[in-house]
Every structure is written in C-alpha cells, then in structure tokens.
Design a protein around this ligand. Sequence first.
Ligand code: ATP
Ligand code: LTN
Length: 337
Amino acid sequence: MKIIEIPDKKIVYSGIQPSGTFTVGNYFGAMKNWVNLQEDYHSLFCVVDLHAITMPQNPEELRRRTYESIALLLALGINPDKSILYVQSMVPEHCELTWILNCCTYMGELSRMTQFKDKSQKQGENIRVGLFDYPVLMAADILLYQTDLVPVGNDQRQHVELARDIAIRFNQQFGHTFKVPEAYFGESGARIMSLQEPTRKMSKSDDNLNSFISLLDDPKTIIKKFKRAVTDSEMAVYHDREKKPGVSNLMEIYACATGNCLDDITTEFEGKGYGDFKAAVGEAVAETLLPVQRDYHRLLKEKDYLKQIMRTHSEKASMMAWKTLAKARKQVGFVTV
Ligand code: ATP
Ligand code: LTN
C-alpha cells in the first residue's frame, strides 16, 4: 500500500535526457528556469533515460551520464530539499501510463512531430517504434504528476501541446483524470542555436563538438569555440535573427550570461569588431560556468550521496505517480482487487 502525499503548491515538471553533457542551450533554455521556479512551486525534475534510449546509446556511457546528470543538476542549483530529482526508469509508473495513453493517441498526431521527422532521418530505414512513441512517454511523464507548468525550450512546444490534447481527450472519454498542463518559456534563451550552423538549434548530441558549449568545457575551450563561431561579413553587432543568425545567437547567449539586454549589448560593441565581441561572450560564459563546474566535480565524487538522492527521490515520485496511475487504471476499466 503506497502512502500518498498531496502537495499544496502548484506543480512544475520537466526532464532532460542523459544523452550527452548538458549545453548552454539546455541551461539557458530550460534549467535556469527550473532553478528559479523551484522556489515557488512543488517541482519534479527527471533525468529521462527511457527517452534517451530512443536513439542508440552505449549502456556503460548511459549509466555514467545518468549519475553525471544528477550531479550537474545539483551543481546548477536544483535543491534536493525543495524539489524531487529522480531517474525516469526507476519509476515504473511512467511505462504503464504510456501504454494506456498509447491507446488514445493517433498515428497521425505522432507523424506530425517535427522532432520525430528530424531524428528519424538519423535512423535510416529501420526507424525504432520507441522514437515514434517518444511524445506519448513524455505526455505520461507530465500527466502522472498532475502538472501545472512545464518549463522547456522552444523545441518542446509541440510535445507539450500533444500532452494537453491527450489529457483533454482522455478526460472527455473516461471522466476527469489528468490536469491539463501549460508550457512555460523563460524571457530569453528559449532557443539557443548551434555555433557552427546558427539556423539549427544547439544540441548536446551533435557530432560537431565546435557547435555547442558544454557546461563542463574549460575556459580555454569555451573561448576557442566562440572564436570559431560562424558569424557574417558585415562586422556590426546588432540583433536580427533573419539576416544575422550567428551574431544574434551570440548576443542572446551573452544576454543570458550577463543579464544585459540586447540594446545595451549593441551599444557596448558599437565600433568594435567581432574579435572583441566573441572574446567578451566567451569570457562571460566561462565565468558563469566556473562555480558550477567546481561544485559538479565535488559532487561527482560523492557516489553514495547521489545514489541516495536517486533512491529516495524516485520513491517519492513513485508515490505521487501511483495515485494518478491508479485512477487512470480504474477509469479505463482495469480490475482492482
Ligand atoms: P539531444 O541532442 O540529445 O536531443 P538536447 O540538447 O536537445 O538533446 P534535451 O535533453 O532534449 O536536450 O532537452 C532538455 C531541455 O533543454 C528541454 O527543455 C529542451 O527544450 C531544452 N533545450 C535543448 N536544446 C536547447 C536549445 N538549443 N535552446 C534552448 N533550449 C534547449
Ligand atoms: N522530451 C524532452 C525531455 C522530457 C521532458 C519530459 C520535458 C522528457 N519528458 C517531460 C518536459 C516534461 C526533451 O527531449 N527535451
């Protein structure tokens, strides 16, 4: 018999895949908001290893990255006394609800997901069913916890929309079961682009290491990667995503790292070349990341502490998840004895 905890605050839920070392795109687009939101909401943050295996992963690396992801989230400021920080595969309710939701999701809806279209190209002829079904698993993650807000980067907008559609459909068909969640985007950084191809989003699993800044890159590497970032031949620092995608992206990264607005950044670099601009962006990002890296390396050595967080927080998540799953099971007509 599981004991059920009913939180009094509104609920925030989000997840990140242990598919590589987190980038500044992940940080500015999502995790910075997680850290801020945990103060006012009952928050759950999940390392989504079930999602990660929708693309090929090396098992040993996946396990190592799962530990690293928990350590990095703690180093970034997720407070384990305030938030639940857990690993998706340790809470079996996610898979069971996914199956139930699969039975009220349409093939057409999943075929329209742009992330599926992009990622399936990398799988050639044998596209895995898991990759196709990924958004339903994400809907189950969100709906299991009666989530109010889902802080994500812009690329996840379509998936959160689908989770809403599935919740509304299920509730109409079987009676009220799930809260209908809302996506939450921060003021800036919702879409940080690749440093090498600034019309594509920065991604932690990109094969080109120069295209992203990892949160664990050392200052020299960070400065070098920004120096190599693709810009244009105009030599003027101003924001125009259409005409100047590279420079605009660097300006947005600089804005996220310093807290300065885009107009102030334009003024700061008036009459200066791209060399000075790129060096300033590199230095600001390196400075932001140094304390995080220090904490991360300390935490990573505390394996027992990380295991204890994973175990106790997965148990807490499971208690909350079970409450919703039990209701969904009953609504669809499963026997309970
Ligand atoms: P992968 O390359 O393995 O698909 P990813 O870098 O896209 O990974 P995810 O684990 O899919 O990262 O995403 C974690 C969170 O970071 C999500 O909320 C996602 O929207 C956000 N995010 C990812 N990339 C960016 C980006 N370039 N800009 C802003 N937010 C981002
Ligand atoms: N699919 C998301 C990660 C993710 C997520 C979630 C985000 C899995 N489950 C639930 C928010 C809520 C991604 O790849 N960025």
